[in-house]
Design a protein around this ligand. Structure first.
Ligand code: FEO
Length: 414
């Protein structure tokens, strides 16, 4: 693919992964890139490395610009495998380089490699690295999204190299937002941002808010944000910052997502009058069957919406396995400020809906209960109960939504 100059003498030397469709369990229909940046200055500096399998591409890109042995500094902004597992290949070619990394990053790195022959400089927020004409300032961002995470700011170029934050899983031959949006739609890029945020960053909303406020307080001039995945923001970097602020502030659309699975179609049948009831209550609604929907897609739609209902049949007195798995995954993502409820069918003793409510409450979510339960097969009376529950739920969602978005539609994109 070759390198791309993103600023005078600062080059993208990353790799494009067109084939990846499962990124540690989350689907990546657009593939991804592993971005890293080579600063050609008096002291050549590489910011981030690459996934091990793709090291050859980065090395080739570096070689097209400079002998890798001349690299004097390597910055590791965080040690997740997709950006760091190729470090040993780079260090073979640049053995004299000093690695700039946080203390926690160094401790983690020691678990992956024999680092005894490598030189390190441990850095904290405010520490700097002079590369010649430029100064890189480090900004720790712990738990955004790894404990050792940090960002690198190049003041002379008004460039923020932001590691995973502000990234998206998009494989593309274009590097910049303006180029990408000339060839695709703006909304495709925004969807990729939200996919990423919902599936990776959702648990860290409070930290993101605080970190964005800190960045604003520092008054950093930023005219380009270069993340570790996907498209680089140069047309309007303020846009992605505003998007993140909205997402971290739990903006959501006024919508109910009905997420369910079914054994013999009874729980599935219930979704129809529930959906009609929600519509009659004045709220947009979407229905997702779990075994037909990749989990990361369901997570994104749920997170973009103010409310959701969980439908589960009872199997052996507990939730249906796909529903239990989904809620378990969701629990780890720590959603907040969403109104929820549950429904389902059973044949013998029941138990799944009760269990679903217990898990929703354990997550700290606000619930509307009791939900609706049906024995064996929904009849006409059951359909009415489902419709009424859906309608009342929608009315409560409208009230609930006002707390966050006033009377607006509450869209989370600018
Ligand atoms: Fe793209 Fe946290 O690694």
């Amino acid at each position: 693919m070759g390198s791309t100059e993103i600023k005078p003498n600062i080059h993208w030397v990353g790799a494009i992964d067109w084939a990846v469709r499962d990124f540690h369990g989350y689907i990546t229909p657009r593939g991804t890139t592993y971005n890293n940046y080579l600063i050609l200055d008096e002291h050549p500096t590489l910011v981030d490395t690459v996934k091990h399998d793709f090291a050859g591409y980065t090395i080739e890109n570096i070689r097209s610009l400079i002998d890798p042995a001349k690299i004097e500094n390597i910055v590791i902004n965080h040690i997740e495998n997709d950006h760091m597992s190729g470090l040993d290949r780079i260090m073979e070619l640049a053995p004299k380089a000093t690695i700039y990394i946080t203390d926690r990053g160094k401790k983690g790195l020691d678990r992956f490699f024999d680092t005894s022959r490598w030189k390190f400089q441990i850095v904290k927020t405010g520490h700097t690295l002079k590369t010649g004409k430029r100064t890189i300032t480090f900004l720790e961002t712990p738990m955004l999204h790894w404990p050792d995470s940090m960002m690198s700011y190049v003041a002379e170029d008004k460039l923020l190299i932001s590691q995973d934050a502000f990234g998206q899983h998009i494989a593309s031959t274009t590097r910049f937002d303006d180029e990408y949006c000339d060839q695709h739609s703006v909304s495709e890029l925004e969807h990729a941002v939200r996919d990423y945020y919902a599936n990776i960053l959702m648990p860290f909303g409070q930290l993101i808010k605080a970190k964005l406020a800190e960045v604003r307080k520092l008054g950093l001039e930023i005219d380009m944000i270069a993340p570790d995945h996907g498209i680089i923001w140069r047309r309007d970097p303020g846009k992605i910052l505003r998007m993140y602020e909205d997402m971290a502030n739990d903006k959501a659309d006024l919508r109910v997502v009905i997420i369910y699975d079914t054994m013999w179609h009874s729980t599935e049948h219930m979704t129809i009058p529930l959906m009609e009831g929600v519509r009659a209550g004045g709220v947009d609604v979407e229905v997702l069957k779990l075994r037909s929907t990749p989990m990361s897609m369901a997570i994104k739609r749920l997170w973009e919406s103010r409310a959701f209902l969980v439908g589960t049949p009872t199997l052996n007195n507990i939730m249906f396995p796909s529903v239990a798995e989904f809620l378990q995954h969701l629990r780890g993502l720590r959603p907040k400020n969403r109104l929820t409820g549950a429904f389902g069918s059973f044949g013998w003793g029941g138990g799944a809906v009760k269990e679903a409510y217990a898990v929703l409450k354990q997550m700290g979510l606000d619930v509307v209960e009791p939900g609706v339960e049906v024995v064996y097969r929904p009849g006409a009376e059951d359909e009415k109960r489902c419709f009424e529950f859906g309608k009342q739920f929608a009315e409560k969602v409208i009230e609930y939504h006002r707390k966050f978005d006033g009377d607006s539609g509450g869209r989370c994109a600018p």
